[in-house]
Design a protein around this ligand. Structure first.
Ligand code: ADP
Length: 180
């Protein structure tokens, strides 16, 4: 499924982010940037040990921020590492921090003239953000950014599994009524 926002395409696919042929893939990392499980582990496995060596020099990353590295053995030229919030009860800064992950990742992409980028569903694995709420924040943040910046040209969500894909699809259908 895809929609057009200004000059950009926002699309959803079900699959594995490590195989995406885009300029940059986004990693749902942790504050150490020294690797972890989930999508982080998968990206490091395919990128190779050079990625961890490079990340060691970055001094970590704050929650809600994003940092760029090469993609090493990945098809993607770059990895943008962002750190999502751990979900507690939704009453704290979780939603603002999650929105910030998408916004900062897109800013870093723009600063580096990256024209195509793929995101995983940040914070909805080990960090336990409820999928429906997270999908709304993710897609709202991205459409808002594309409305204002008209870049990158392609933003792809790569959803791991049917439940995540169907949840994001439903949310995108709701949002697309505002972007016909
Ligand atoms: P977080 O700690 O931010 O919650 P996780 O990696 O635990 O990060 O999970 C984030 C999301 O990424 C989850 O929805 C999970 O199903 C998904 N995921 C895990 N592996 C992959 C992968 N290879 N490609 C795309 N998404 C993935």
């Amino acid at each position: 499924m895809q929609i057009t926002v200004k000059n950009s395409i926002l699309e959803l696919v079900q699959g594995d982010i490590v195989h995406q042929e885009v300029e940059a893939i986004v990693n749902a990392a942790n504050t150490t940037l020294l690797g972890g499980g989930g999508v982080d582990g998968a990206i490091h496995r395919v990128a190779g040990p050079e990625l961890l060596e490079h990340c060691k020099k970055l001094g970590g990353c704050n929650t809600g921020d994003a940092k760029l590295t090469p993609g090493f053995r990945l098809k993607a030229r770059y990895v943008i590492h962002t750190v999502g919030p751990v979900y507690r009860d939704g009453k704290g800064k979780e939603s603002a921090l999650l929105a910030s992950c998408y916004q900062r990742s897109l800013e870093v992409a723009k600063e580096n003239q990256i024209k195509s980028i793929a995101f995983p569903s940040i914070s909805t694995g080990a960090y336990r953000y409820p999928l429906h709420e997270a999908s709304r924040i993710a897609l709202d943040s991205i459409t808002h950014f594309l409305d204002e910046h008209e870049s990158p040209e392609i933003v792809r969500f790569v959803l791991f599994g049917e439940e995540a894909f169907q949840t994001y699809r439903q949310t995108l259908l709701e949002i697309s009524r505002k972007h016909p």
